[in-house]
Design a protein around this ligand. Structure first.
Ligand code: 5AD
Ligand code: SF4
Length: 424
């Protein structure tokens, strides 16, 4: 979602006459769009600010104006101003005000806006103009789940769904601007709802947009996975066979302490229901190791769950205490070395499963959406329906859909060969 928000902020500033640059050391304005989910992400903001200022000194130029956006801005607004003297601080629900904040900072007044206005920012954003073949579209923001480790309910606010019509309009604009694949985004995307219509109703309408070949969505919560959405996986052709469904841990005691409101058995039953309608679905998840009090036996249950599911890919993290969350005050902190060791074992298991999933695709053919150029001349990179990275030699252009034989699998990508071009 930060990628999406970053694009929208760039479009806002472009409408003010600014041009985007890939080189922060030449910029007049640097917007750091930040993440607060774990401590490491937060600390990065301060080191980035320091580096920008140092580079400006070394290059003997005026330091750029610095705006801190995103969830660190939301959570630590005043502290950032105090600690780093930045010019602008703007939260994730207020960034439609970025041009005004920058103007006021340019006039000499550092400005801070971390409001969560009732009226959504989306209405105040300029139209989408040019996007790549795979585009993001935020449909839902915020979270009411309050997992005990997580800052998102505090930084992104309560669950809010964008209106049906606004999303369909933006999807059409994205397709007009070059998108062939749209990933619907939300912290709890499958909680999306507009007047009783659920995410599956939205997907079925988007499926009819001419030129839109692929629909994805992320991130889902197991407890919002309704039958309508499962059914859509069975019969909506443009809905890709991929489901990111975080479970976080494999021990029911830990899940309870995390306030996940589901257990491992209900999670596995849910996956069975999805696989019943779409047997080839690729599954993905998020995991936290070292939650306060997690025993070795409880961690071993996570490994067992991973074995039982066979994820196509997954993200895994060491638990990071976040200020203001209930888990931050829980007893039973796990030593760093233990977390390191558990993370290594988990990632070895997940890596093995990812490789096995990719290996099982070898010998098959599938459509690949070409997204960018590869390192070698004539090489292009794209994605399979199962979100695998595929590289192949082809004269196809970015945005083309090509039919590909999958030849061999590495740990994180596959090599393919083009069959026949699918008509655009
Ligand atoms: N520590 C470690 N990982 C976390 N996540 C969320 N909060 C924390 C935390 N405090 C992970 C979860 C979530 C993903 C986006 O980040 O796995 O699904
Ligand atoms: Fe955080 Fe996801 Fe839990 Fe919400 S459901 S509190 S975003 S981990």
């Amino acid at each position: 979602m930060n990628v999406y928000d970053g694009e929208r902020m760039a479009e806002l500033m472009a409408a003010e006459g600014m041009t985007a640059t890939d080189d922060p050391d030449r910029a007049d304005l640097v917007v750091l769009n930040t993440c607060h989910i774990r401590d490491r992400a937060t600390e990065k903001v301060y080191s980035d600010i320091g580096r920008l200022r140092k580079n400006a000194r070394v290059n003997e130029r005026t330091a750029p104006m610095i705006a801190v956006a995103g969830c660190v801005a939301q959570a630590e607004g005043d502290e950032i101003v105090r600690r780093a003297h930045v010019d602008v601080v703007v939260g994730p629900q207020a960034y439609h005000n970025l041009p005004a904040l920058v103007a006021s900072a340019a006039a000499g007044t550092p400005s801070l806006d971390t409001d969560m206005p009732l009226l959504s920012k989306f209405g105040a954003l300029p139209a989408r103009r040019r996007v790549g073949p795979s585009a993001f579209l935020t449909v839902q923001e915020g979270c009411d789940k309050f997992c005990t480790y997580c800052v998102v309910p505090y930084t992104r606010g309560a669950e809010v769904s964008r209106p049906f019509a606004a999303i369909v309009d933006e999807a059409k604009a994205l397709v007009d601007a070059g998108a062939r694949e749209i990933t619907l985004l939300g912290q709890n995307v499958n909680a999306w709802d507009d007047d009783g219509r659920g995410l599956h109703d939205l997907i079925r309408v988007l499926d009819r947009i001419p030129g839109l070949a692929r629909i994805r969505y992320t991130t889902s919560h197991p407890n919002d996975m309704r039958q309508g959405l499962i059914d859509a996986h069975g019969d909506v052709e443009s809905l890709m066979p991929f489901l990111h469904l975080p479970v976080q841990a494999g021990s029911d005691r830990v899940l309870k302490a995390m306030n996940r409101n589901h257990d491992t058995a209900s999670y596995l039953r849910l996956l069975d229901r999805v696989r019943a309608v779409r047997p080839d679905i690729a599954l993905s998840g998020d995991f936290i190791v070292g939650f306060p009090g997690e025993t070795e036996a409880e961690f071993a249950e996570t490994l067992r769950l991973v074995d039982a599911v066979g994820y196509a890919q997954a993200y895994s993290f060491k638990y990071s205490p976040r200020p203001g969350t209930p888990a931050a005050d829980m007893a039973g902190a796990i030593p760093e070395v233990v977390m390191d060791e558990r993370l290594q074992r988990l990632q070895a298991a997940l890596g093995r499963d990812q490789q096995a999933f990719n290996q099982a695709s070898v010998g098959r053919s599938c459509d690949v959406l070409i997204e960018r150029r590869g390192k070698l001349p004539g090489q292009m990179l794209g994605k399979s329906p199962w979100l695998q990275s595929i590289h192949l030699m082809t004269d196809a252009a970015i945005g083309d859909m090509v039919s590909v034989d999958l030849l061999s699998a590495g740990p994180v990508s596959l090599a393919g060969a083009e069959r026949v071009r699918v008509a655009a």
